[in-house]
Ligand binder design. Sequence first.
Ligand code: DC
Length: 224
Amino acid sequence: MEFVVAVDGPAGSGKGTVTKIVGKREKLVYIDTGAMYRCVTLDMLRKNIGLEDIEKIKEVLENINIEFKEENGQNTVYLNGENVTKEIRENEVNQMVSQVSHLVEVRKNITNLSRKVAEGKQVIMEGRDIGTNVFPNADIKIYLDATSEERAKRRYNQNKEKGINIPYEEILENIKFRDNNDKTSPVAPLKQAEDAIYIDSSNMTIEEVANKIIEIIKEKKNTL
Ligand code: DC
């Protein structure tokens, strides 16, 4: 039986970390749709393809192969057979990914891919438009939020752990820029679905947020 938990929210709201934990504990397949947009962006950057070059972007989309694998307990992302888990988090990608995600062709392609990956499975999927657009009938919809300063602090620490060195101010600026871009997107903008449960994680630990979502899942499964 298909079971979908949709987790949406802005950059750095804790979606990634929390969804991974909940996925493992509740045995749900974890799907990171942001990573898919990041793969398209990385592929474009490497091939020197600009945002206006729709024909070349279509070619990228036709040939792209994105895979999620679990290796030694870590979630890894493969782009055309290459492990790009780290590369897709680099600054060049951060700066361009929001604009790439606004391109109608890209959105259509990644939305279809996201639906296909989840087909017939029990999944927890994180993104911006999962509850509003990709799975409007998701069993559970969560909208995870936090202040922009708190989110920048989290992303800064996360990067440091991964050996990526980007100054806090630069991250904050990028987060605000992307928030604005994501919320004003002409296609599937970031917004809370009417039937989503809102969680403000600014003053909550990862553990607390994860436990709250697990509680919601258990309650829902009891009614099925
Ligand atoms: O979650 P993230 O920061 O890795 O997402 C990268 C970008 O992709 C973000 O700027 C918004 C976009 N995105 C989107 O438009 N729709 C999604 N479902 C997921 C991500």
